[in-house]
Design a protein around this ligand. Structure first.
Ligand SMILES: C[S@@+](CC[C@H](N)C(=O)[O-])C[C@H]1O[C@@H](n2cnc3c(N)ncnc32)[C@H](O)[C@@H]1O
Length: 199
């Protein structure tokens, strides 16, 4: 499904990094190693590489990550890409200074496994940054997010606090905001934003 969606010249989420990531990325220790989960066409990975981080982008879509490599080359930065299903991906132990999860929606058991791995694979002082749609999103005017028929795929602040209880929360908020990301994410949207640090 994602390979088909990405199989066009246009970057469907645009080439500009996610707004929330741009606001908070400096929580991640400077020049650290950052893992971008479900990174798609690479806009966030390329942004972080531009800021001096060593970036690895993982996604199940090889078409998306091929576009990510192309974007990195165009912008004159290096990113490492790995085509993998995050439900089987080995995150390592105390390996990352930062992990980024932007619209990385997946079924609850998969998400819980991924979040467990986030906790164990962050180094001490490593930072996790997430933005996701909440279950309110299908009622909003904005375009984007999982279908209303899959409520368990949305995220909530309460759920994140539970799944990521091994981290210390720095920012945790559910809010509505205008999202402008390519043709796929447009308009007033219901999101959860989360930043937490490994102690
Ligand atoms: C809404 S897109 C977001 C892409 C990117 N994070 C961004 O903000 O531009 C969701 C991405 O999640 C990826 N994805 C979904 N489930 C996955 C899984 N189990 N393993 C790896 N990638 C997955 C898809 O391939 C897709 O690129």
């Amino acid at each position: 499904m994602w390979n088909e969606r990405y199989n066009e010249e246009e970057f469907i989420y645009g080439t500009k990094a996610n707004d929330f990531l741009q606001q908070v990325y400096q929580h991640i220790p400077a020049k650290g190693h950052v893992l971008c989960l479900a990174e798609g066409e690479g806009r966030n990975a390329v942004f972080l590489a531009k800021q001096g981080y060593e970036v690895t982008a993982v996604d199940m879509s090889e078409v998306g990550l091929t576009k990510a490599k192309k974007l990195a080359e165009e912008r004159g930065v290096h990113i490492t890409t790995q085509v993998a299903d995050l439900t089987e991906y080995d995150f390592g132990t105390k390996k990352w200074d930062g992990i980024i999860s932007i619209w990385a929606h997946m079924p609850k058991p998969a998400r819980e496994r991924v979040h467990q791995q986030v906790v164990t694979s962050l180094k001490p002082n490593g930072v996790f940054i997430l933005e996701a749609y909440t279950v309110e999103q299908p009622k909003m005017d904005g375009i984007g997010g999982p279908p209303a028929s899959k409520p368990e795929v949305f995220m909530s602040l309460a759920g994140l606090r539970q799944e990521l209880s091994g981290l210390e929360e720095t920012i945790g908020v559910e809010k509505q905001r205008d999202v402008q990301e390519g043709k796929m994410h447009q308009g007033l949207s219901a999101v959860v934003q989360f930043v937490a640090v490994k102690k």
